[in-house]
Design a protein around this ligand. Structure first.
Ligand code: BDR
Ligand code: CA
Length: 321
């Protein structure tokens, strides 16, 4: 399999933390160049602290870079009821010895992209609000040439989670999403249509919490909080949304993509933050339909691949202790 150079732009966040674990568990598939943070699930200070601790806990050696604190236009919005006061549920990680890079993530990404050898491109994987990516594209449009594609977790062709029709990451900063959607870069939208099916069950999570595997246990503690303390408890399963863009790159066969034109509602009405997915192939030229939207996923394959990867990472780290 081709190894991709990626930047994970995230707001850890329980499921962001599992996405980072999955990336760390698949070194043959991903060359992680940087972890950039954005205010979303928790404040920029908390998500950056979490990113630093997670990187070290997973045995990664990768720069962590702090990005935008909140949305371009609106006040920041957080999700402590879902991800807890720290952002990582009830999991307490050792404090990392490394510190954050000095530059802002937007400037850091610009430098990294423009410093790539001729002809090389990077895949961006945002799993939080699209604020950093929108700022990057607005300030430095020349970077578009250096971006292979953007696979983001956010939006939905149908329905929402934070409101009846909007998904959290897009709702937090719809203006940023609009900039990204109209940048002319190939997009893969890993939205709720697929990610709600990419879940772990209560018994899978319990088993992870009780295991002696350090990665599985930590991830179990994070997801356990999410399962027990939020409105999700009536679902009995916890969706691990942010793993999906990464897993799609390795196992595209378990997802059902559909070609669309993407837009977003930036009005102040009840549908603010709703992603608009135009799939009318009979109205548009094929080359205009630049976004792939994941419409479905195979739940049991997702569970199998994710759980296996988490345990493998824990085993690898044990070997290195
Ligand atoms: C998205 O919102 C956040 O709370 C999660 O981390 C995920 O990125 C799901 O709607
Ligand atoms: Ca996230």
């Amino acid at each position: 399999m081709e190894k991709r150079k990626i930047i994970l732009d995230c707001d850890p966040g329980v499921d962001d933390a599992l996405a980072l674990a999955y990336a760390a568990a698949c070194p043959d598939a991903f060359e992680l160049l940087a972890v950039t943070t954005v205010g979303g699930n928790q404040t920029i200070e908390k998500v950056t602290r979490n990113a630093l601790d997670l990187v070290e806990f997973y045995g990664l050696e990768v720069p962590v870079v702090k990005g935008m604190a909140g949305a371009i236009v609106r006040e920041p919005l957080y999700a402590p009821e879902t991800h807890g006061e720290s952002g990582l549920g009830s999991c307490v990680l050792p404090t990392a010895s490394h510190s954050v890079e000095e530059e802002n993530a937007v400037l850091y990404m610009h430098k990294l992209l423009m410093g790539l050898p001729e002809g090389e491109k990077i895949t961006l994987i945002p799993t939080g609000p699209l604020t950093n990516i929108a700022m990057l594209l607005k300030l430095f449009p020349e970077v578009k040439e250096k971006i292979r594609e953007i696979l983001f977790m956010g939006g939905a062709a149908c329905g929402g989670n934070v409101t009846p029709c909007a998904e959290f990451n897009i709702y937090v900063d719809p203006e940023a999403a609009k900039i990204v959607f109209h940048a002319g870069i190939p997009l893969v939208m890993c939205g709720l249509d697929a990610t709600l099916k990419c879940c772990l069950t209560r018994s899978q999570v319990l088993k992870m919490c009780q295991s002696g595997n350090k990665v599985a246990k930590a991830c179990g503690d994070m997801v356990g909080f999410y399962l027990e303390n939020t409105a999700n408890k009536y679902r009995g399963v916890a969706s691990i949304h942010d793993v999906v863009p990464l897993m799609y790159l390795i196992h595209p066969e378990i997802f059902t993509p559909k070609r669309m034109i993407l837009d977003v509602d930036c009005s102040e009405g009840v549908s603010r933050g709703t992603t608009i997915c135009d799939f009318r192939w009979w109205k548009h030229e094929e080359e205009e339909m630049t976004a792939l939207v994941l419409m479905d996923a195979d739940s049991s394959k997702f569970q199998e691949y994710l759980i296996t990867a988490l345990y493998e990472l824990g085993e690898t780290l044990k070997g290195g202790e």
